[in-house]
Design a protein around this ligand. Structure first.
Ligand code: ADP
Length: 479
């Protein structure tokens, strides 16, 4: 099986030793200062009993190695302890006369040279370790960015074979780095886009250093299509890279949102156009009647115009609300009020129309501290939806009660209900369960606005519904 070109060195014994040493430096004091003592004692025994003849000329043999080891694994303090102990041991055991400490003449000279060279070793080892630490830090950082980031990274050689695939590709396309490494290039791309992609790649091959970015579709391991934004740079002529470097990430959510926005603009234009057209026709008729104010049609036309202006105001308010919420500008002015009072007072327009019975039930005393205007907006939206989507439902039940220490407010209708597979999306922005419903116009924003208002209050929102058995839209508020 082909293996990915390793980008980061980590498996060598030296690397592992250096990592271990770094950890030891922060280790317990007894280890850090015990290490030079133990090593110098062992080295001295070794030198006395096994390397005797050699030590006459080079009494500091092995001690240099111990100083170096102590600097790397335990730091400068323990290294100084090693130097002092080594100088004393060398002086006592190996510098003539043996068996006593001498600090004059040749002994003094040898010890001074040893101290000077040891300080040089300490400085050199510390410099090497600090350079190593910096390189290791940068490597760890890059490694985390490459392997844990949301971006997939692929290196491809001049023959079109992948030589490196970052583990992060698994999060994007579902295949592991090893699986993706051995796949033919572009095998997961949409066949309809393949010729365009190949043309771009051929052009890129001929331009060293050039970068191209494009969005294309890829087949996920689970079989669904996803959108990825791919940025590819031709670094084949760069000696340290020698590859086409491709960085790609999943932009499916962004593309879907853009599509939803486009659909929404179409729907919103249609929704706004209908009342404007009616209004325009009414005004034209009224204009013809301006010389005859006693005409019977006039009050009806005025009434119709008023209704259409109300509809327009409602739509524009909804658009403004959604835009405010989208920008995080939803402000709440909280005051205490009795929920049952709000439920009784909120829907005058429904009582006036006299087509539905609004039945308020539950705890008449329960108080909450919330933005009354915004909560009113949520309840009115639920009730308006009940009338719009469940017109046959004569009775609409509004109830309030305390559940798990929170106020729960529900609006129940006996309409057609909502399909279970549509329920998870019903509070999403622009979502409409029946897309081409001309009987029930709407922007798909009402429930989204309601859910944002409730969330901003720290409450929860939901719906219990079964097809044919009506719907209960509910939300909770902290009491
Ligand atoms: P709009 O009413 O403008 O379409 P909403 O966000 O208020 O937007 O509602 C989203 C969708 O939820 C509606 O398009 C409708 O399909 C569905 N819906 C809302 N309320 C009800 C209800 N009481 N019964 C059945 N479906 C509902």
């Amino acid at each position: 099986m082909r293996r990915s070109r390793p980008l980061f060195t980590e498996t060598s014994a030296i690397h592992r030793f250096l990592i271990w040493s770094e950890q030891r430096k922060n280790g317990p004091v007894y280890f850090r200062y015990g290490l030079p003592v133990v090593l110098v004692v062992i080295a001295t025994i070794l030198k006395v009993y096994f390397l005797g003849p050699l030590n006459a000329n080079s009494p500091f043999l092995l001690y240099f190695a111990i100083v170096c080891l102590c600097t790397i694994t335990a730091g400068i303090g323990p290294a100084i302890v090693a130097i002092v102990m080594s100088a004393a041991a060398a002086d006592y055991f190996f510098i003539l006369p043996k068996g006593e400490f001498t600090f004059t003449g040749l002994a003094f000279y040898k010890i001074a040279v040893f101290l000077g060279e040891s300080i040089f070793i300490i400085l050199l080892s510390s410099a090497i370790m600090s350079a190593y630490r910096r390189v290791n830090h940068v490597q760890t950082l890059f490694r985390a960015m490459i392997e844990k980031g949301s971006e997939g990274i692929v290196l491809t050689n001049r023959e079109g074979k992948r030589v490196y695939v970052s583990p992060s590709v698994e999060r994007i396309i579902g295949y592991t780095a090893e699986e993706f490494l051995v796949m033919e290039p572009w095998v997961l791309a949409d066949p309809d886009e393949l010729s365009d992609i190949r043309a771009r790649m051929d052009d890129l091959l001929g331009h060293a250093g050039k970068n191209i970015s494009f969005i294309h579709r890829m087949r996920h391991k689970e079989g669904r299509w996803i959108w990825v934004e791919n940025s590819i740079t031709n670094l084949l002529d760069d000696e340290s890279v020698c590859a086409m470097v491709s960085n790609f990430y999943n932009v499916t959510e962004r593309i879907i949102l853009e599509q939803k926005k486009d659909d929404f603009i179409g729907i919103a234009s249609h929704e706004l156009k209908t009342p404007i057209t009616t209004l325009k026709a009414s005004i034209q008729l009224m204009e013809r009647m301006k010389t005859d104010p006693s005409n019977d049609m006039l009050p009806k036309l005025i009434d119709r115009s008023k209704r259409n202006i109300d509809k327009l105001t409602e739509l524009v308010d909804e658009l403004l609300n959604a835009s405010q919420i989208g920008q995080g500008h939803l402000q709440l002015t909280k005051t205490p009020f009795v929920v049952a009072d709000l439920l009784t007072e909120c829907c005058h327009h429904i009582h006036a129309a006299d087509k539905h019975n609004l039945i308020v039930e539950g705890d008449n005393e329960l108080q909450v501290c919330a933005d009354r205007g915004r909560i009113d907006q949520v309840v009115v939206n639920f009730v308006n939806n009940a009338i719009k989507y469940a017109p046959q439902s004569k009775d609409i039940h509004l109830s309030v009660g305390q559940v798990n220490g929170e106020a729960k407010i529900s609006v129940k209708d006996n309409g057609p209900g909502v399909d279970p597979e549509k329920l998870p999306y019903i509070f999403d922005r622009y979502y409409r369960a029946e897309i081409n419903s001309y009987n029930n116009p709407g922007l798909g924003l009402g429930l989204y606005i309601s859910s944002e208002i409730v969330k901003k209050h720290g409450g929860q929102i939901g719906v219990d519904s079964k097809p044919g058995e009506g719907s209960t839209f509910w939300f909770t508020l902290p009491v």
